[in-house]
Each structure stands twice: as structure tokens, then as C-alpha cells.
Ligand binder design. Sequence first.
Ligand code: PLP
Length: 394
Amino acid sequence: MIKSDFPYFANNNTVYLDNAATTQKPKCVIDSQIEYYEKYCANTHRSNFGDANKATQKFEDARKTIKEFINASKIEEIIFTKGVTESINFIASSFAKKFKTIILSSLEHHSNIVPWHMQKRSLGDGLEVVKCNENLDFDFIDFEKILKENPNSFVSISHISNAFGKIHDIKKIIAIAHKYNAVVMIDGAQSLAHMKVDMQDLDVDFFAISAHKTFGPTGVGAIYVKEKYLKDVTAYQTGGATIHEVDFNNSTLLDSPFKFEAGTQNIAGIIGFAEALKFISNIGYKKIESIEIDLYTYLNEELQKLPNIIFYNEIEDSIGSRSFNFKNIVHDDIGILVDKMNIALRVGHHCAQPIMKQLGIKGTIRVSIGFYNNYEDINTLIKALKKAINMLEN
Ligand SMILES: Cc1ncc(COP(=O)(O)O)c(C=O)c1O
């Protein structure tokens, strides 16, 4: 029923189970972007004619929609970026660089590891990593130990692991970090498609979000910056639309968010992003969560029946992604075979090589669901996996 809102499913009979990589887009998101290009295409915050004013209004309405959706306290706290990768790179270079120690979890995506290496940090030398146990649970004892030894640090941790679907208890992580005077950024790439996030309730300092993981367009995202830190974040790109005044000796910058949004933005994408969030609001997280928990449980039950399957975590405290391998079968081979049966899933390290190395594996088979998937998708997947296993075993 929900699939009918997504044109992809009308045009394609692929069983789409790669939602952690990107989600499909509902018609309203696609239409809102076409409408911009076809009916009022103009640049924002510059010209003063009708369509330009309309484009600016829609762009700023989108910012307001995002602010309300995540319950930020001020509109200036929402800064548009290309996505979570750019959000993290921005904050890493414009704010967190000055911190002596950066604290990560074991489950981080490369987007939250490589930017810190670019600052010449390595394990034990400006970078600390919180251990996880054999069920991939965040080790709070280790976290407190690291914080005690390194007060005033910058903590940068994902909300939900794209590779294993593991949910970090970020409210608890943030509260503990603040006790030790640390500042916290959350990588929320995988959050908004699955659950509500509330900036006030979390009391988070920085929160990175991505439109394309949330039924919105690619190449658009945002970073929430708590008001009290706005004055300490420097602009890491400058140019058109960021300035108050320029001469050949000096430039003065505007206030947030404009001083951080250099050059022409992805206007259609940002309008589409807001539309995606309105689409989620209309369905409601209560419904989304109930569909997903049901489906995720069913997926796990059906996978468990397959011979020689290896999981790396229990499904409690997990959502979206389920990662596994089959004993004596190379994950890539499964990927190649199920692709021929029209199943879209991902095999590999999922941009999370450090945790794969810790587990002593090269990668996994990852099925990642969205709320538009259904039992039929899971049944088709299981049939395809059985067929692939048979082919590889014989
Ligand atoms: C946990 C996590 N962080 C960061 C990213 C990068 O996000 P983006 O594509 O918005 O740059 C991803 C994308 O897979 C992700 O899953």
C-alpha cells in the first residue's frame, strides 16, 4: 500500500533492500523538485523579482520545516550541507580541530573516521575509540574511563550503525559526555528514516542529517549546531551569499546560517528534503516504527532458518540493517547471485572497515529495510538466498 507513493516501485520490480545506502523517494518529493525547476526556477537570497522571492521563501520554509521536525530551538541552528559527510568534515575542520582528543565508537562509518585522520590524529594520539562487546554493545565503562582521562574532549558518534543496525543510546552518551565537559556531535545519517530525534530532549551539541537516507534527494543534508556554539564555528567555505561587505582588504561575514552556506545551494534538493520530512510526519513515526519492528523481527526469524548463517549481533537495540554471512561462502558471491534474481542488497564492508577488522571478516551481506518493504519482499529474499546458497554449495 505504502509502495504506491513511490514511483520507483511502479517502474521496477527489484526487491529493494538497500535502504541504508539510500532510500527511494516518494512522488511528492520528486514533484516538489520538478515544480521548482518548471515553475519558479531562480536563485535564492540574491535577486528581488517574483520567482526569486518565491524560491527564497520556499528555501527558508524548508529550513523551518527541518528545524521543527528535529525540534531545534532556533532557525539559525540549521545549516544546509551536502549530507552527513560534509556536515562532519565542516564541524571537524571549523570547530573540533582545536580539541586535543576526539572520541569515536567502534562502529563508525568512514565519514566519521577519515576526517579525523586528515587532522593527523591516530589511535592514542588525538583519537580514542570506545570498545564494544561481542554483541556490538557500546561499552559505557570504557567510555567513562576515556572521558575521565581526557576531559574537555569532542565526542563524535553515530546514532545507528549503517553496517549492523545497532542503535547507540545517544541520550545516555550525551549526558555522560557532558558530565566530563565534552562536546558531542551525533552522526544521524541512519536516524530519521527510522525514528524521531529531538534536539532539546537529547541536549545534543551538533547533529548531522542526510536527506537521501530519509526519502529525500541526494546531495543534500544539514548540520544542527546548538546556538551556544554558533559563534565558535568558523566558516570553512566562503563566497557569494556569505558576506555582509567586501573590499579588497577585508570581508565581513553575515550571521548564521548564511555565513556557512557559500555559493548557490541545491535549492530543488532542499525543497525536496522538506517535502520528505512532511511526508514522514503525515505517516507518523508511530506507524513507521511499528511496521519496521514487525518486519525486522520477521526478517531475522526467516534468516535464522537458513543453514550456517552467522550473525554479529542480536536484534535487540537494532533497526534497519541486518548483517550476516554464511559459513564457507564468500559474501560477494551471494551479492552477485541475488542481483541476478532482482534483489538489491549490499555486500562488503559498508564503509565500516575498522569494525569488520575487529570481527576478523572482510565484510557481510547486509539487508537494510525501510518502512515501505513488506513480508513479500522478505519471502522473495529468502527464496533467492536459498537458491544462491544451493548454487554455491554444489
Ligand atoms: C552512518 C553513516 N554516516 C555517514 C554516512 C554518509 O552520509 P552521506 O551520504 O549523507 O554523506 C552514511 C552513509 O552511508 C552513514 O550510513
